[in-house]
Design a protein around this ligand. Structure first.
Ligand SMILES: Cc1cc2nc3c(=O)[nH]c(=O)nc-3n(C[C@H](O)[C@H](O)[C@H](O)COP(=O)(O)O)c2cc1C
Length: 169
């Protein structure tokens, strides 16, 4: 399965990205898994320095937001791979909202997050609690790591774990 063979598992990657880091990782994973990609869009303006403060507060207070209607139906996928930036040491509000809206349709899950430096454990744990499911794989990558090809080794390991799960189907 790790030799490029396409898995039979139907996977969907769902991610939110405010400044492109989580998008970059999501795109690498989607390429490696040859699977569909869903970007979550927040209707709340998250651009600029002031919104950094409100975004951090929203995340810390576990607030939900209003996201654009997702295009893909999670019910038709064997696994949903969910990616978020770490906000105030936890999951971003758009991804908290997506999970809350769609979790009843998830069969299996895997999680990844991107981070400046700290907060990955709580973020991944919160995603697990929100989904009510243990992930088949989880991954965190720092913003700095995404600047070099180095991060691809970590994504490869993550993708291999997901493919191993597929081989058990
Ligand atoms: C509102 C906000 C809060 C953040 N909080 C943290 C944090 O608690 N710990 C951390 O290491 N990085 C934190 N960061 C940095 C982001 O997690 C990191 O830059 C991430 O890779 C950004 O992903 P994106 O480009 O996909 O939005 C925060 C960023 C934002 C915008």
């Amino acid at each position: 399965m790790s030799n490029g063979e396409r898995s039979e598992m139907k996977a969907l990657i769902v991610f939110y990205s405010r400044t492109g880091t989580t998008r970059k990782v999501a795109e690498s994973i989607s390429k490696a898994l040859s699977c569909d990609l869903e970007e979550v869009f927040d209707t709340k303006n998250r651009a600029g320095p002031l919104s950094f403060i409100t975004a951090g507060r929203d995340a810390a207070q576990k607030r939900l937001t209003v996201i654009r209607d997702p295009k893909m139906d999670p019910r038709v996928y064997d696994i949903i791979v969910i990616g978020t930036p770490v906000w105030a040491g936890t999951v971003s509000s758009p991804i908290r909202t997506y999970i809350t809206q769609k979790r009843e349709y998830f069969k299996r899950v895997a999680f990844f997050c991107t981070v400046g430096g700290t907060g990955t454990d709580k973020t991944l744990e919160t995603m697990k609690d929100l989904c009510g499911k243990d992930p088949v794989a989880s991954l965190w990558i720092t913003t700095k790591q995404t600047k070099s090809e180095q991060y691809l080794k970590k994504t490869d390991e993550f993708v291999d774990k997901i493919k191993r799960e597929a081989s058990r189907l």
